[in-house]
Design a protein around this ligand. Structure first.
Ligand SMILES: *Cc1c(COP(=O)(O)O)cnc(C)c1O
Length: 392
């Protein structure tokens, strides 16, 4: 029998005997929660688990409201629409991100402007944003409708600075926190501000490859009562409550199912455990690779990353490709980082601000196995496979 499962697909188990990149950590609590939801009769998009999931997520990130959605992409789509994004508008988006960040901009008939990463955090470079908005201000050119700030790989971007620049120029800030649940910025008093809560609206994802999974799902968070009400309205086919089948605008069928919410909620209650495991894995990789010619995963002062997908950079593309090939031979599910959006066919014509850093991350980057239940002996196997390629 051949095993045609892909070695390094995020969120999926790899072939038998290999070490997958990152798989969901689903246990007895999740099984019980899903069965209970099934038995309750609430399987679809109304039900107590959906509301409870929203409440607990809102509390956890410190947001007034959370509205569950069918996916992170759906959450971003609605969040951007609520930010006023429409045909002909521009939205600044990170060049280096998963394509799910950019597609919702296109759904709304708007254009992305792709902003390069800063080398330190691999996230949107605030200096490029500031230069461009200041330049437009001076020349009287129109501002983008919104900045969509992505926190890649669980590492918070320079959110306070970008929020300040956006505020100064009257631009809405929407956060794509799909990969950064559990991550945040450390305040002066030591408390942590969660990613997703700096902007007017934030979006999370509970896809199978994310730190907390609902199988699939997403969440919109906001402190604004009216935006929350509108988000709920748009995600439920714009149905006017308590009036028979009246829909007052074009909405979406974007609600999360109660079954998915039951799984997501049980997972959310394990977030601390998952974050601790990810940080532990990152620390062990950092220590094991300290003497190798690799750029290790970002460590940015004032931020708490979750190291959602632990990633490093090789010296150049040929050595990265050779290392990936060696790891594949050793049954290690490593994977290259994303192709920048400016190299993706749907967005290759987009305006860009820089792009060399994102291209370098694509050429030189690779993610290593980091499932939260990664066994120590498998972790050692990955370390040995990497070190032996360097002859170390
Ligand atoms: C996963 C992801 C999304 C999309 O979330 P889905 O739940 O898969 O639709 C959007 N942006 C980023 C950065 C992501 O990683």
């Amino acid at each position: 029998m051949t095993d045609d499962r892909e070695l390094s697909a995020p969120g999926a188990p790899g072939p038998v005997g290999t070490i997958p990149l990152a798989t969901p950590n689903v246990g007895a609590a999740e099984r019980l929660a899903v069965l209970a939801a099934l038995d309750s009769g609430f399987v679809s998009s109304v039900g107590p688990e959906v509301s409870q999931f929203e409440r607990e997520l809102a509390d956890l990130v410190g947001s007034r409201h959370a509205v569950a959605t069918a996916s992170g992409t759906a959450a971003l789509h609605v969040a951007l629409r609520l930010a006023g994004v429409g045909p002909g508008d521009e939205v600044f988006v990170s060049d280096f991100t998963f394509i799910g960040s950019a597609n919702p901009v296109a759904y709304l008939g708007a254009e992305v402007v792709l902003v390069d990463s800063e080398p330190g955090s691999w996230n949107m470079d605030p200096a490029l944003v500031e230069q461009e908005l200041d330049r437009r201000d001076r020349s009287g050119e129109p501002m983008p409708r919104a900045i969509e700030l992505v926190h890649v790989l669980g590492q918070p971007a320079d959110g306070h600075r970008i929020a300040e620049i956006a505020r100064r120029h009257g631009v809405m800030l929407v956060e794509d926190a799909a990969e950064s649940l559990g991550a945040g910025w450390v305040d002066e008093d030591g408390s942590v501000v969660s990613t997703g809560t700096l902007g007017a609206l934030g979006a999370f994802s509970f896809n199978g490859n994310k730190i907390v999974t609902a199988g699939g799902g997403g969440m919109i968070v906001t402190d604004d009562d009216e935006l929350a009400r509108r988000a709920r309205h748009l995600t439920t086919q714009a149905k006017v409550p308590d009036v028979g089948y009246l829909h007052d605008e074009v909405g979406y069928n974007y609600r999360l199912t109660n079954l998915a919410a039951a799984l997501g909620l049980a997972q959310l209650r394990r977030l601390d455990e998952f974050v601790a495991a990810k940080r532990d894995i990152a620390a062990r990789y950092d220590a094991a690779f300290a003497d190798l010619p690799l750029t290790l995963a970002p460590r940015v002062a004032g931020t708490e990353s979750t190291y959602w997908l632990y990633s490093v950079l090789a010296e150049d593309q040929p050595s990265r490709d050779a290392l990936l090939a060696q790891l594949a031979r050793a049954g290690v599910g490593a994977r290259a980082l994303w192709r920048p959006l400016h190299q993706q066919p749907p967005f290759s014509g987009a305006r860009t601000l820089g792009g060399d850093v994102a291209t370098g991350l694509f050429d030189r980057g690779l993610s290593l196995p980091c499932s939260t239940d990664l066994r120590p002996e498998d972790h050692d196997r990955v370390v040995v496979a990497v070190r032996s390629w360097f002859g170390a």
